[in-house]
Write a protein of this length. Structure first.
Length: 227
């Protein structure tokens, strides 16, 4: 029997790395404390981002330089070069350092605050994309950081906000998603979006929580359980 990931749309990529699978199992556990949970999110995010950026970026020559021994060498950079990171608050903050550390130079971080209302519809409560992500040179690649994609509506709302900013292409990096949510985003966005996740779960419960999942990631990261 084929696994869910084998039948997903071509713009959805689920890591097969055994270490990622093991770390996601640790993330699921109720015995994992906040400090370890944050570290594991960072580690999985780094590994998924390595795969995603390898497939999304290309090396380009950017002039020459000299080594300490006086040898001339070609300076390598990346294309596309006009990038932004877009963490979805709160939990997306946990992936910013992981992805930033992989890039060869600093890029803008544009925060986007979204939550789901009682009917599981996306509500945007903070957006600095319009102030900082636009200008004379359009954004070539917007990297959306969202550890969990459950119903998919929050991530779709983020994509719509980025479309208003005229980002050329969107890359979504996360830790765990549902088959239903990932299919919804892929169908709605087509080739405009590439999605890279560490693992996949079947679906959500009536409250829109991913099952078996790993609980509310924001609450576990910031110790706000039971608020």
């Amino acid at each position: 029997m084929a696994s869910p990931s084998s039948s997903l749309p071509s713009n959805v990529h689920i890591s097969s790395h055994p270490c990622i699978k093991a770390k996601i199992s640790q993330l699921r556990s109720t015995s994992t404390n906040a400090r370890d949970f944050k570290a594991l999110i960072h580690e999985v995010g780094t590994m998924v981002a390595c795969e995603a950026l390898a497939a999304s970026l290309n090396p380009v020559n950017n002039g020459t330089d000299k080594s300490p021994l006086g040898d001339t060498y070609d300076v390598q950079s990346i294309s596309p070069s006009r990038l932004i990171l877009v963490p979805i608050l709160r939990s997306g903050l946990s992936l910013v350092d992981a992805v930033s550390a992989l890039l060869p130079y600093p890029v803008p971080v544009n925060h986007l605050g979204m939550f789901r209302d009682g009917n599981l519809n996306p509500v945007e409560y903070y957006n600095n994309l319009r102030d900082h992500a636009t200008g004379d040179q359009p954004v070539e690649l917007a990297i959306v950081l969202d550890p969990i994609i459950a119903t998919g509506v929050t991530c779709l709302g983020a994509v719509q906000s980025l479309q208003e900013c005229k980002a050329d292409k969107i890359l979504i990096i996360g830790v765990l998603g549902t088959e239903t949510g990932l299919r919804k985003i892929a169908k709605a966005c087509g080739d405009y979006v590439d999605i890279w996740m560490g693992g996949i779960d079947p679906g959500t419960d009536e409250k829109g929580m991913i099952r078996p999942g790993m609980g509310d990631v924001g609450d576990r990261l910031f110790l706000t359980l039971g608020k």
